[in-house]
Design a binder for this molecule. Sequence first.
Ligand SMILES: Nc1ncnc2c1ncn2[C@@H]1O[C@H](COP(=O)(O)OP(=O)(O)OP(=O)(O)O)[C@@H](O)[C@H]1O
Ligand SMILES: [Mg+2]
Length: 492
Amino acid sequence: MGFEEDLLSLIKSGYPLIWTETYDEAYVRSVLLDISRNGGYRFYEWSLTKGLCSAHTGECLYDSKEPLKMAKNLNDLADNVNSRAFYALYDADKYLDNPVVLRYFKEFLEKIKGSERTAVIISPSYKEIKDLYSYTARLCGGYPDEKEIFALINSHLESFRKQNPRLSVSLKPDEARKIIRLFSGLTSEQIRRIINRCLLDDLSFDSSDISRIEKAKKEIFDREGLLEYFPSSQNGELGGFENFKKWLSLRRKFFAGRDPSLPAPKGVMIMGAPGSGKSLSAKVAAGELGLPLYRLDIARLYSKYIGETEENLRKVFDILSKLSPVCVWIDELEKIFSSSSGEIDGGVSSRVLGAFLTWMQEKKDEIFVVATSNDISKVPYEFLRKGRFDEIFFSPLPSGEIREKIFAIHCSKRKIALAPDVIKKLAQLTEGFSGGEIEQVIISALYSKDESRPFEFFIQEEIKKTRPLSAIRPQETAALKNWAQERQIPNV
Ligand SMILES: Nc1ncnc2c1ncn2[C@@H]1O[C@H](COP(=O)(O)OP(=O)(O)OP(=O)(O)O)[C@@H](O)[C@H]1O
Ligand SMILES: [Mg+2]
């Protein structure tokens, strides 16, 4: 249901007070205007600056600016006018601390209870006022829905074009759909401002603006910087991981909106050797699912102040549900559950764990979690049970064939052309190397190369100089592999 339908159904169900929690006063007002015109309601509104006025005629009641006068005037109105009506009150919550205002206000609510008259508090936040409990219905949101966003974008682009005829708009239908989805949860004013930012520097609105909108939206909701925006990657940048890619392509159906009967995918966990491409695979997951990617900053989550860590976590869940559909990447998951200081943490880690597990189990929004870890011994067992994540994958050190692909990917990224048989040979020389180590030898060779010999010579030299981690710590590497095998965790 959209906001207008929600509001209408609350009005019809006879609540004397609806508390709308919104940043978009103008939007809520326009919806109320619509409902009042269509349904033949009178529409009064009050603000501290204007007093009590009729929204339809603009006529204001004399001397009604003071909150106490407002509360008294509302009582008079309720006594004298009993046709269907709304009373929209801007920021009224700020004045209900005053016991006299509150008393009058309650009497007013008593009077309009059960009639077709409704008070609507419009405020950015909800405040618990026990005296008003039994009268109040709470409504969050108050943002334009997708249809309205579409209309808003169009009309904004049109009016921009009048002043800047050179404006070019080129979006494919799925890109436009993505932008509309990204704008949901934002106020009309915020949407207009973000569009302006996209338009002003290059006078065009196209797919390159998507990441900009993703970032802008995150800035609005995440003022504490608990989540970090990351650009996503595509399948082609990741060598191997064929099982994982196939698994992702099946999940894509859900996010592309093709089959709404499918349950929302919860997420995936990737464990494995250091440098084996776990972090890169998180970026690929977001890219393939077509979701914006944010990384949870664990260091910022933990606070030395009592109770603040849990509060931060609650904020993260809240922000994510506003950013949804979204992909959240939790790098080195084990760190969340073991606060880094090693001191006794007063049970914070176990409370964080509990909150996390409940959230994973119950989250309804389209939030896809990609968690990575290379120290499975520290990941609590509860996390590994099926049902938390849809799947757990193990990323081993790459096989020869995959090493060839990794060489090819990183060479072509740096515009280095190597013949297939050369790549094959390099892959043979790098048994036991991780993807990260392969990338590193290529980078080092770029520094040591000169004109005297072909490039592959310098790569070979760097390979000779490198002792991969799997050779430095063979037991750990083997233990990790055995761990995954014993638990029948599928390879990526
Ligand atoms: N399969 C792969 N295909 C392409 N590049 C890879 C692959 N594996 C690793 N790399 C490259 O190696 C670098 C390190 O990879 P990444 O950071 O994803 O590894 P990781 O498993 O997350 O490591 P860590 O455990 O240290 O966090 C990346 O820059 C990536 O480009
Ligand atoms: Mg990593």
